[in-house]
Design a protein around this ligand. Structure first.
Ligand code: HEM
Ligand SMILES: *[C@@H]1O[C@H](CO)[C@@H](O)[C@H](O)[C@H]1NC(C)=O
Length: 498
């Protein structure tokens, strides 16, 4: 199946290699100024219009280079570079990335609070990029659609029908089966330790476990992946994610979209999107062919809503269904496995915490042959460990970008309409004014603490975002994480490879 689409990519291989990922390829931008000056005069127009705006007190900005602006300052780890910049220019900072609309970077809890409390709707848009356009059905999904009626409808379906706590709990048997498979796999691998290998690759196992749990809940039994995550869907999903994060020239230089076309970026996005779409069509047809009175997965539920007009007050087309499926897969798999990986690596680096967490798990479960869901509710320390892992290592370091829908005034600064907004959750979670020993992994800080990511009142811990656009998958992601980690600690002892 893998030979479905790579032709177009290989044709432009040298260019694609250059542009492999956003941050590596920022350096490529150094050739773009030349192109820009040759082909457009936008640069001059922009700089004269921004000097015209000076009277409108804009947030502070670092000095910028002509044409590329601050793009070169993002570095390999933008959340780190942006924290360093905001230490100098303030928690409300305006960057100019290429020739696109300016980008506001928010880096303190009190500013997030102000935005969430007073300007939530204004900040609830998402910027449309080349990749969201092509991969997410032109905004018919939820995660990347602009704030409006279409988003509201998709969001309501997800929150009420797919991701609510009751539904998440109803999938416990899927989690149990997948975790049993994971434990078996680890047990086999651990038998070989000291023999041919001296370690197991836990990342690989967590990625495939997360992938299997989410894709079975979303698509059903027949689409779970082979061991090692080598399925067609898994491969395409990862490819979509890479392309989604990849650097698109047009997103920073709107007038240079033709470069994306020329280097094959658009074509390769379209081919990934077509391949995924074909799988989704197949899944939908197969689900339609089998009548079920009790829905077993998200596709069943969505098809039932499609038929039953009393539940949704708009026409839920197959495209809507596909876009929602796409959101769940993209939003649910990688985030959860990243969290689990960080968490395990912190435990291995902090033997004291590992010991305490493991003792709790083993005490609560006792001599039973499996970890039960009710056991999890009695693992208070494990919950603190998860919160602490989300604090130090939020999988979305900068959340998902927002965009202002109209101009707004914050702390005396003017924020124009259409400004992109990055919230540096990573920096906020390590803000020295709000956290003691912010760089240390200390789960105890959450014992008897009201600080929680679910709360819409705590803005120093926002791994799932905030406001109307907050992640609707919190219960889903946290439940999977708790269950997987509890089992890893119950069944095995862990240490880093020597
Ligand atoms: C540990 C796991 C997860 C983390 C850390 C996480 C994090 C996030 C973040 C930071 C956002 C952006 C929020 C904002 O703009 O304020 C988000 C949005 C979203 N997440 Fe999650 N997420 C996780 C799990 C999941 C799961 C399991 C699903 C679905 C099965 C999911 C589906 C979504 C969707 C659909 C959105 C877009 C919501 C909207 O724009 O209205 N997430 N998530
Ligand atoms: C472990 O697996 C991950 C995911 O497949 C891979 O990226 C990583 O390089 C592997 N690590 C080692 C040490 O083999």
């Amino acid at each position: 199946m893998a030979n479905n689409f790579p032709l177009i990519i290989s044709k432009h291989l040298w260019l694609d290699q250059l542009c492999l990922s956003f941050f590596i390829s920022v350096s490529v931008l150094l050739i773009i100024p030349v192109l820009l000056i040759l082909f457009t005069r936008n640069a001059n127009k922009r700089s004269s219009s921004s000097s015209g705006r000076k009277s409108l007190n804009l947030p502070p900005s670092p000095p910028r280079l002509p044409v590329i602006g601050n793009l070169h300052q993002l570095g390999k780890f933008p959340h780190r570079s942006l924290r360093a910049l905001s230490e100098k220019y303030g928690p409300l900072m305006l960057l100019h990335l290429g020739q696109a609309a300016p980008t506001l970077v928010v880096s303190s809890p009190d500013l997030v609070k102000e935005i969430a409390k007073n300007h939530d709707t204004t900040f609830s848009n998402r910027p449309q990029t080349t990749a969201t356009d092509i991969l997410f059905y032109g905004g018919k999904d939820m995660a990347f659609s602009p704030y409006g009626e279409s988003w509201r409808q998709a969001r309501r379906i997800c929150a009420v029908q797919l991701l609510c706590l009751k539904r998440v709990q109803s999938f416990q048997s899927i989690r149990e089966e997948e975790v049993t498979k994971m434990v078996e796999r680890l047990r086999k691998a651990s038998l070989n330790i000291g023999d041919s290998t001296n370690s197991v690759n836990l990342s690989e196992i967590l990625i495939s476990t997360s992938n299997n749990i989410v894709s079975r809940c979303v698509l059903g039994e027949n689409y779970d992946t082979e061991e090692g995550g080598g399925s067609r869907l898994g491969e395409l999903g990862r490819k979509a994610l890479v392309q989604f994060l990849a650097f698109s020239v047009a997103d920073f230089f709107p007038s240079l979209r033709w470069i994306d076309v020329l280097r094959g970026f658009i074509a390769s996005l379209k081919s990934t999107s077509r391949a995924l779409d074909a799988i989704y069509s197949e899944v939908i047809e197969e689900h339609k062919a089998i009548f079920t009175s009790s829905p077993k997965d998200f596709v069943d539920i969505l098809l039932q809503l499609q038929k039953d007009h009393s539940m949704v007050n708009f026409e839920l087309t197959n495209i809507h269904i596909k876009a929602i499926i796409q959101d769940m897969l993209v939003g649910g798999i990688e985030t959860t496995s990243t969290l689990m990986e960080w968490l395990m690596s912190e435990l291995m680096n902090n033997p004291r915490v590992m010991k305490r967490a493991q003792e709790e798990v083993r005490r609560v479960v006792g001599e039973k042959a499996m970890v039960e869901i009710n056991d999890i509710h009695r693992m208070d320390y494990l919950k603190c460990v998860i919160r602490e892992a989300l604090r130090l290592h939020p999988p979305g370091t900068l959340l998902i970008p927002r965009e202002t829908s109209r101009s707004v005034e914050i702390r005396g600064y003017h924020i124009p309409a259409g400004t992109k907004v990055l919230v540096n959750a990573w920096a906020i979670h390590r803000h020295p004014d709000f956290w003691d020993e912010p760089e240390e992994f200390i789960p105890e800080r959450f014992e008897n603490s009201p600080v929680d990511f679910k709360s819409q009142e705590c803005f120093e811990l926002i791994p799932f975002g905030f406001g109307r656009r907050q992640c609707p998958g919190i219960a889903f992601g946290v439940t999977s994480t708790e269950y997987v980690i509890a089992n890893l600690l119950y069944w095995f002892d862990w240490k880093l490879p020597t």
